[in-house]
Design a protein around this ligand. Structure first.
Ligand SMILES: Nc1c(C(=O)O)ncn1[C@@H]1O[C@H](COP(=O)(O)O)[C@@H](O)[C@H]1O
Length: 166
């Protein structure tokens, strides 16, 4: 008997394998919610043809949301958004010299007409992009909406239990 493999509904893309430490936080969050995903290195700069192909075929393959993380001249999220009408969530990956402020500015200042949802620099941004993707999926999937409510409840309990040193 073969196990049923659910096809991915979220694509987690990153410009380089060096982004994994940050972008792994998005994958971790999707796993927590049992959301089928695919994670790939796709670079607008280094693999422009593959990037176009990914964006052009994503919807037909069942992808509903794309999370794209990149550092430095982070054109990946914006270029994906230029080639698809799926929601694209951009994660600025911290860069070596400008600490990700360059990545943030590259992602956030999209021209009118081609939106990219831009998140915080680094791990929190990656995790929140995944949570936002779950929220989008939760608008049509009540099971996910319920899990999100549970997640918030658990987070609240954890924050309430926080103690400071005497
Ligand atoms: N910003 C982009 C794009 C792109 O936007 O297409 N492709 C790679 N990169 C970024 O270059 C940084 C350094 O990459 P390397 O570590 O491979 O040299 C990474 O943060 C990656 O996201």
């Amino acid at each position: 008997m073969t196990e049923k493999i659910e096809s991915p509904v979220v694509g987690v893309l990153m410009g380089s394998s060096s982004d994994w430490e940050v972008m792994g936080n998005a994958v971790e969050m999707l796993k927590n919610f049992n959301v089928p995903y695919e994670a790939k290195v796709v670079s607008a700069h280094r693999m422009p043809d593959e990037m176009f192909k990914y964006a052009e075929t994503a919807r037909d393959r069942g992808i509903k949301v794309i999370i794209a993380g990149a550092g430095g001249a982070a054109h990946l999220p914006g270029m994906l958004a230029a080639k698809t009408t799926l929601p694209v969530l951009g994660v600025p990956v911290p860069s070596r010299y400008l600490k990700g402020v360059d990545s943030l500015y590259s992602i956030v200042q999209m021209p009118k007409g081609v939106p990219v949802g831009t998140f915080a620099i680094g791990e929190a941004g990656a995790a929140n992009a995944a949570l936002f993707a779950v929220e989008i999926l939760g608008t049509t999937c009540p099971g996910l909406a319920e899990k999100l409510a549970e997640f918030r409840k658990a987070q609240n309990a954890k924050a309430r239990a926080m103690e400071l040193p005497a």
